[in-house]
Design a binder for this molecule. Structure first.
Ligand SMILES: [Zn+2]
Length: 285
């Protein structure tokens, strides 16, 4: 599943291709979208802005409508020049938006709906900017209180709750716990407010570092902001623990462990020496 940084970069690329330019073509295979387009034609309108909210991508049109899409596991947006050959079959196209310079194609986008400002504000699935770690309006103090409210859950699971904090996916979850020295299986009730604040600050910092202009497609948490090619042979080469099961910890040399965690059975990686349980107990890897 794309993490928040991926959606942010997609929104930025779509914004550059679409914002301010009159739409010449709108097409979709979704009846709800085409019905909206029949009643309020999008051709002739412009794209006012494109933003990410956690894992949602919002495209705001000059006529007041907003297209909200979620990629889940399978969807992607591509940007093409007119006449350029698409890299996926036409049968996978769900949404097409063209202007005189670009065509934006949503392939296999599994969730798409058109919103008014009112219905957007009421949709409980789409995070408000204040809970999106990448938003300038993100409220870290309020996020800490939401984390602490899940006191009987394990910290790594709570970091994944998109209604607690949007934009942190499964890779960042393990990386945030590592850089803050927190064992991912610790109950939130065992953490101090300071530790929770530290985890939130680390989440903001790591996700934000991956949406810089020179960020490639692979997530980087280790090795600073070095420029990388998009053809990195090993995607885990730039991570502290994720995907490094059985390899030595980059800080202490202990072997990194891996375990399935939580009700959604997501994989978690950690270093038992750098991220000990507070009572010294061991977590099986
Ligand atoms: Zn270590």
């Amino acid at each position: 599943m794309p993490e928040g940084d991926t959606i942010f970069r997609t929104a930025r690329a779509l914004g550059r291709a679409l914002v301010g330019k009159p739409i010449t073509v709108f097409r979709s295979t979704y009846p709800l979208l085409t019905r909206f387009d029949e009643e309020t034609p999008l051709a002739g309108q412009t794209v006012a802005s494109v933003e990410s909210r956690g894992k949602w991508l919002l495209m705001h049109f000059s006529g007041g409508g907003t297209l909200a899409t979620h990629m889940l596991m399978s969807g992607s947006w591509h940007i093409y020049r007119p006449g350029e050959r698409w890299q996926k079959p036409r049968s996978q196209m769900r949404i097409l938006i063209e202007n005189s310079e670009y065509a934006a194609v949503g392939f296999h986008v599994p969730v798409a709906r058109m919103h008014t400002a009112q219905s957007l504000a009421r949709d409980p699935r789409i995070p408000r900017p204040a809970i999106d770690v990448l938003s300038a309006e993100f409220d870290a103090g309020a996020a800490a209180l939401r984390v602490l409210a899940h006191d009987n859950e394990e910290i790594a699971d709570v970091l994944l709750h998109q209604e607690v904090m949007a934009g942190v996916g499964n890779v960042f979850k393990s990386e945030v716990c590592f850089v803050t020295g927190l064992n991912p299986f610790r109950q939130v009730s065992s953490l101090t407010r300071e530790q929770v604040d530290g985890a939130i600050a680390a989440a903001q910092e790591l996700v934000a570092a991956n949406v810089l202009e020179d960020s490639g497609d692979a997530i980087v948490t280790y090795g600073g902001r070095k420029r990388r090619t998009t053809h990195e042979a090993d995607p885990t080469a730039s991570l502290w623990v994720y995907g490094r099961h059985g390899e030595p910890c980059r800080r202490c040399g202990e072997l990194i462990r891996r375990r399935i965690q939580g009700p959604d059975a997501r994989v978690t990686f950690w270093c038992p020496r750098c991220q000990p349980m507070p009572d010294g107990s061991d977590v099986d890897g």
